[in-house]
Unconditional design. Structure first.
Length: 316
């Protein structure tokens, strides 16, 4: 087995790309699986060894994982489409590939697995009883890891992603308007409700620090990443400050979402997850801090400013 080789799926995307960059900084060799390696070399992180393949093909995953100590499963179905029909087989292929290579399978988790009553502080042992279809799929995915005989795995659960690479996040698409000029900043939170946000460079650094000591990790390990535990309009106000012009903060208009939902799958999925904006679910990271000593944490204004600057540079 090659020394410190990690296979990262989804390395051209948000979490996968951020983790690939963090692992490279920590001295890992990183192999990326991409349907179009030439395009991945142009758009993905520098330093990744790109190989051709598709996460929906088991043979491609098995071949790409040969020699790897870590398989980071960062690929997701795009645009919420056919979540179960794509996410479950991709993870099944990753399990087969990691098992064959003797690699630890690493999965970024989220808060979809919890019902609103699990909050406001959510520990790793909180009951996973989601009310949504995507939450049920995530519970099924985690159960697949737990049931895979002999497979070592690591799950780190976090809130909503944001950051320079998080191109499909709420912060990017709604609050920052994909880099277009901000006449206003709209925010979906119920006044006073808490919401958990994960700045991808911090979350990726957390994965890298944990994996530096992978040999000492328990066979099965789930940890919570707290990130930025904010309340009310705090994220929207940070975006307004980063813009410099101080655009006004306004409530998100849900009515058009409901009107368009019968015709647009993405809007139906957004409605299904609306409860995450009205119920406070903050990850309790005590176990993570006990293991690492501290959670990597970029101050909110610096994280938001870096995200907005990168988005506008890309848009330009």
């Amino acid at each position: 087995m090659s020394e410190r080789l990690a296979l990262v799926t989804g390395a051209t995307g948000g979490i996968g790309g951020a983790v690939a960059e963090a692992l490279l900084r920590h001295g890992w060799r990183v192999r990326g699986l991409a349907r179009d390696p030439d395009r991945a070399r142009r758009t993905g992180p520098d330093g990744v060894d790109w190989v051709a393949g598709d996460a929906m093909r088991e043979a491609d995953m098995v071949a790409a994982a040969r020699g790897a100590r870590i398989l980071f499963h960062g690929v997701n179905p795009p645009g919420y489409r056919d979540w179960r029909g794509l996410a479950i087989p991709m993870l099944a292929h990753a399990i087969t590939a990691a098992s064959g290579a003797g690699a630890r399978l690493v999965l970024p988790g989220n808060l979809y697995v919890y019902a609103p009553e699990a909050g406001p502080e959510v520990g790793e042992d909180a009951p996973r009883r989601p009310r949504t279809r995507k939450g049920a799929v995530r519970v099924e995915m985690e159960a697949m890891l737990e049931a895979a005989a002999g497979l070592a795995h690591l799950i780190v659960r976090a809130g909503d992603f944001f950051g320079p690479r998080a191109l499909s996040s709420w912060v990017t698409t709604v609050l920052m308007r994909e880099g277009r000029p901000l006449r206003r900043v709209v925010t979906p939170e119920v006044p006073g409700a808490g919401h958990a946000w994960a700045y991808l460079p911090d979350l990726a650094e957390t994965f890298a620090r944990l994996l530096d000591d992978a040999a000492t990790l328990p066979h099965h390990l789930s940890l919570n990443f707290r990130g930025h535990a904010l309340h009310g309009r705090a994220m929207a106000e940070a975006v307004a400050r980063a813009d410099g012009g101080q655009p006004p903060v306004r409530p998100f208009a849900w009515a058009p979402v409901y009107l368009g939902a019968p015709f647009v799958t993405f809007l139906r999925e957004v409605i299904e997850m609306r409860h995450l904006w009205s119920a406070t679910l903050q990850p309790d990271n005590a176990r993570l801090v006990a293991r690492l000593g501290a959670e990597p944490h970029t101050p909110l204004d610096a994280a938001v400013a870096a995200s907005l600057a990168a988005l506008r540079a890309r848009a330009a």
